[in-house]
Design a protein around this ligand. Sequence first.
Ligand code: AMP
Ligand code: MG
Length: 413
Amino acid sequence: MITVEDALNHILEKIVPLGLEKVSLLDALGRVLGEDIYARRNIPPKDNSAMDGYALRSQDTVGATGETPVILGVIEDIPAGHIPRKSVEPGTASRIMTGAPVPEGADAVIRMEDTEKDGQRVKVYAQTKQGQDIRYAGEDVKKGELVIPRGEIIRPAEVGMLAALGRSFIYIHQRPLVAILSTGDELDDIDEMPSPWKIISSNSYSLTAQVMDCGGIPLHIGIAKDTREDLIAKFRAALRADIIISSGGVSVGDYDLVKDIMEEVGNAMEFWRVAMRPGRPLAFGAMEGIPVFGLPGNPVSSMISFEQFIRPSILKMMGHKDLFRRTIKALLHEDIKKSKGVKHFVRAMVKYEEGMYTVSTTGEQGSGILKSMVRANGLIILPEDAASARKGDEVTVQLIDTSLAQTAQPGYP
Ligand code: AMP
Ligand code: MG
């Protein structure tokens, strides 16, 4: 039996990021950039006006006030997107719109509100400083500059920047194909008429949803019977994936054959059993170099094992640097019993109340009680060496539902 930490380190050492693929810009949203992005052009490309107003020589406005305006001759109109044809000479100005290139000779823009049109002339009611309301070429991005390094996540801001740089296609890390196999003679699929003594293979769906939720591509292998032949056939069918997940059949029962099959097909069972609850009988190995996770069959065990070991693996394959869920400290509202030497993941509901996080369990913690997972937005992590946790203790909670971070409440940090 190994610790959660050792298991995770062992697994992550074996997981390597996948190669790159070229996609169109919007398909890259949420993905990890696989190339360094250098600017091929200045942004903005030319000095341009930050205001609707008049481009002029700042010297010409010295002493201008509301009572003593300076009067300049207007020599041209420059709407946005038009190229100025005239140079601003002393005593003149060009009417200019936001975003239009600043004409030669001008070193400032005065906003419309501080002026008054007077036929072919303009009255300027305020002094301007050199550079006022001019956006200089390359002020945002300079040609040749490294703007976004590889490894960054593409968010809407990155999409905007890449568009500004003219990058309609970019390289990102591939998403892994994740094979999902359920095992057990007691299982029916959701759309079969379930026999009264059978259960629906909910793991096939919760695991698929977890794979999709972190960006993997699920590959459905279906339900294997608890026989060597069927298990071998189904594991072989899974060999085209980048990661294989099976659920069930890894305990010590007579029909728990997954460990044996992992040995036979891949000859590489690397560890079995992790000091955690739920999820103890996890098996990890490789088949033809493909990482295989033999998760326990109980619905909560399989989900929590996925959270702790498979989600970080998928994220690593996709090129992510931050692999783990956020944890917070919260005030525990009740006593919790635990066994020593084992790390506990307790289904819980975190709230933000009166300036602090508080946490309560969501009820029955049996590894088959999916309802307490449904009600949870976090997992209280109780370390191996703890013997119990008491009401009023400060505990660590892993947030498995990121919507908590998005609830806007008064006083939310
Ligand atoms: P096992 O690890 O194979 O001994 O399975 C333990 C228990 O988990 C079984 O008795 C089932 O109740 C449940 N179980 C196993 N596989 C699934 C599945 N795919 N979906 C839902 N429950 C499952
Ligand atoms: Mg079974």
